[in-house]
Design a protein around this ligand. Structure first.
Ligand code: AMP
Length: 525
C-alpha cells in the first residue's frame, strides 16, 4: 500500500512525500481511511509506530475545508506532556505546510496572554496538555463547543500522570457529535471505561511495535537450570546481576520488569544491597513518589529501574539501552510492550529474559506472538563453579568491565555475617557506593565450611512490607545475603565466633533503629 491510496488531500500527500515517506506504517494504513470517513478510532499503538501521522494526516485533510471562528477551535489534540504536545505541533507544521491552517499550542512555560491572543483570532487546531487546557478554559477565554475532531494521544500515560479526571471533564465540554481519535499503548480498565463512555462505535486498530524497530533490539533468553523451589529466586537474582555485570559500558540505563509488585520491592532491595544504582516503581506507590523515581531515571541519576508492567505503562523514557525481564511475562503481549522500551528512535537495544524451566511454556507463547525464536544464552561462570581462588577485592572497575564473580565468591559473600553487615551499611549510604564497593571482601579464605552451604530456614525479624500493604515480610530474607543459612555460634572457631557475635549485636542495633526502606525514604522526601 502507498500513501496515495489512502484518500488524503493532495496537498497533504505532497507534504508527506517531501518528508520522505512513501509507504504508510500499519497503523497509518489502517486508521487513516476510517478517520477520513469520520469514524471514531481507538488506536492501540506505541510511540515509534507512526501513530502521530495516523491522526495528523486525516485531521489536516478534514480541516482543509472550513474556517475557524474566534475563540472556538475546530479541533483539539490532548497530549500528556509538553514535549509530546510540541512534537505533535511539529508534525502539524510538516504535514500541513501546503495548507493555511492555524494552530495554537497550550502548554506550560508559554505565557497565557500570548496563547490567548492566538486563540482569540480563531484556530483550526489546538494542541494542549489537559491541565493547561482546563486553566485556559477556566479563564473564560476559550470555548470547546466548536470542536469537530478531538484526539487523545497516549491516554495510558495521562492515566499514569493523574490526568484522567481532567480528560473526562474535557470530553464533557466538547460536543458529543465530535469525531474522536483515541490512542493508547495499553488498555488498563480505567482507559477502557473512558473509551466505552466517550467513543462512538470506534474502529479498533491495534498494532505491535514497527518490526524495523524491534529488529534492532537484540533479544536473548537465559534459561536457568532447575532449582529447588526456595532457591529459585535467589538464582534468578544472581543471574540478573551476572547479566547486568556482563553488559559493561553498553548498559547506559535499563528497566528490569517483574511480574509481581512484591518482586519489584524484593529485587530492588536486593540490587541496592549489592551496590547497584537502582530505583523501584510499582502501582502501589503514590503518584508523587513515582514521578520522583522517574525523574531520577530520566536524568540518569538512577541507572536501573525495577518496575512492574502496570507501573511502567506509558513511561516517558527517551531511550533505554537495556530491558531485563526478571520474569517471562504472563501475557505474551506484555513482552512486546516491555522490549518496546528499548531500541527507540533507531538506537540499538538489548533485551534479556530470565527463564526458569517452568517458564518455558510462557516463553514459547512469546515466541509464537513475535514469530521469532529468542536465542538462548548460557550464563557461563554462574552455574559452573570456578576453581578455588583466594578472595579478591571487589571493585567497581571490575563491574564496569563486565567482570564476573565466581559462584564461590557469591557464596562467601552470602555467608559472611560481617560482609552482610558491610552491605547493609552500604545500602544505607548510597551516596558513596563507589568507595564502598572498593572495600575488600572479608571472607572465609579458600575453604567454605560445609555447614555454611546447608539450607536452614532463618528465624528472621518480621515487619510489615510498606510496599505491599498488609503483607508481613521477613526482612532478613529479603536481601540475597540474608538467604545464607543460619549459623549457630557453637559451630564456629573462636575467631569466627567473635566476628559473628559482633555482627549479631550490630544487626539487632540496626533493627532497633529501623532498617531504612528506600520507598519510605522516597516517600518522606
Ligand atoms: P510516532 O510513532 O508517531 O512517534 O513516529 C515515529 C517515527 O516514525 C517518527 O520519527 C516519524 O517521523 C516516523 N514515521 C512516521 N510515519 C512514517 C512512515 N510512513 N514511514 C517511515 N517513518 C515514519
Amino acid at each position: 500500500m502507498k500513501f496515495d491510496e489512502l484518500g488524503l488531500d493532495p496537498k497533504v500527500l505532497s507534504a508527506v512525500l517531501e518528508a520522505g515517506y512513501e509507504t504508510p506504517t500499519p497503523i497509518q494504513a489502517e486508521a487513516i481511511p476510517h478517520a477520513l470517513q469520520g469514524r471514531d478510532v481507538l488506536g492501540i499503538a506505541q510511540t515509534g509506530t507512526g501513530k502521530t501521522a495516523s491522526f495528523t494526516l486525516p485531521m489536516i485533510t478534514l480541516l482543509a475545508k472550513g474556517r475557524a471562528r474566534a475563540r472556538m477551535p475546530r479541533s483539539l489534540i490532548l497530549a500528556p506532556t509538553r514535549e509530546l504536545a510540541a512534537q505533535v505541533a511539529e508534525n502539524f507544521e510538516t504535514y500541513g505546510k501546503n495548507l493555511r491552517l492555524s494552530m495554537a499550542l497550550l502548554i506550560g512555560g508559554v505565557s497565557f496572554a500570548d496563547q490567548e491572543r492566538i486563540i482569540d483570532r480563531g484556530v483550526d487546531v489546538l494542541i494542549a496538555t489537559p491541565g493547561r487546557l482546563i486553566d485556559h478554559f477556566e479563564r473564560g477565554k476559550l470555548m470547546l463547543t466548536g470542536i469537530e475532531i478531538m484526539v487523545v494521544d497516549e491516554a495510558d500515560r495521562m492515566l499514569d500522570m493523574g490526568f484522567i479526571e481532567d480528560l473526562e471533564r474535557i470530553f464533557k465540554l466538547t460536543p458529543f457529535t465530535r469525531q474522536t481519535l483515541f490512542f493508547s499503548a495499553t488498555m488498563p480498565p480505567e482507559i477502557t471505561r473512558l473509551t466505552e463512555e466517550f467513543l462512538s462505535n470506534p474502529v479498533r486498530v491495534e498494532v505491535a511495535r514497527a518490526s524495523s524497530t524491534a529488529d534492532i533490539v537484540t533479544q536473548k533468553a537465559c534459561v536457568l537450570p532447575g532449582a529447588v523451589r526456595d532457591r529459585a529466586d535467589r538464582e534468578k537474582r544472581a543471574a540478573l546481576r551476572h547479566i547486568i555485570d556482563e553488559q559493561g559500558e553498553t548498559l547506559t540505563n535499563g528497566i528490569i520488569f517483574c511480574n509481581r509488585k512484591r518482586d519489584v520491592s524484593t529485587l530492588f532491595k536486593s540490587l541496592t544491597s549489592h551496590g547497584y544504582n537502582c530505583g523501584a516503581l510499582h502501582g502501589d506507590l503514590e503518584q508523587r513518589v513515582r514521578m520522583q523515581v522517574l525523574d531520577g531515571f530520566r536524568k540518569g541519576q538512577v541507572k536501573l529501574l525495577v518496575a512492574s508492567d502496570v507501573a511502567a505503562r506509558g513511561l516517558d523514557i527517551p531511550s533505554v539501552s537495556h530491558v531485563f525481564n526478571y520474569d517471562v511475562p504472563i501475557n505474551a503481549e506484555d513482552y512486546v510492550h516491555r522490549i518496546g522500551r528499548t531500541g527507540r528512535a533507531g538506537r540499538e537495544g538489548a533485551a534479556f529474559t530470565i527463564v526458569k524451566p517452568s517458564d518455558l511454556k510462557a516463553l514459547a507463547k512469546v515466541e509464537e506472538l513475535i514469530k521469532k525464536e529468542i536465542p538462548r544464552v548460557e550464563l557461563e561462570g554462574l552455574t559452573n563453579a570456578e576453581p578455588p581462588a583466594a578472595p579478591e577485592p571487589r571493585s567497581s572497575s571490575r563491574r564496569a568491565e563486565g567482570g564476573k564473580r565466581s559462584e564461590r565468591e557469591e557464596k562467601t559473600r552470602d555467608a559472611d555475617p560481617q560482609e552482610e553487615r558491610g552491605r547493609r551499611r552500604r545500602s544505607r549510604r548510597r551516596d558513596a557506593p563507589e568507595r564502598e564497593r572498593d572495600e575488600p571482601v572479608i571472607g572465609m579464605g579458600d575453604h567454605i565450611p560445609a555447614f555454611l552451604l546447608r539450607e536452614v530456614p532463618l528465624p528472621g525479624r518480621k515487619k510489615r512490607d510498606p510496599a505491599d500493604g498488609d503483607k508481613v515480610i521477613d526482612e532478613e530474607k529479603i536481601a540475597d545475603e540474608a538467604e545464607a543459612p543460619e549459623i549457630t555460634t557453637d559451630d564456629l572457631t573462636p575467631d569466627a565466633k567473635e566476628r559473628r557475635e559482633g555482627a549479631t549485636v550490630d544487626i539487632s542495633a540496626e533493627a532497633e533503629a529501623g532498617a531504612p526502606d528506600p520507598t519510605e525514604s522516597a516517600d518522606a522526601a
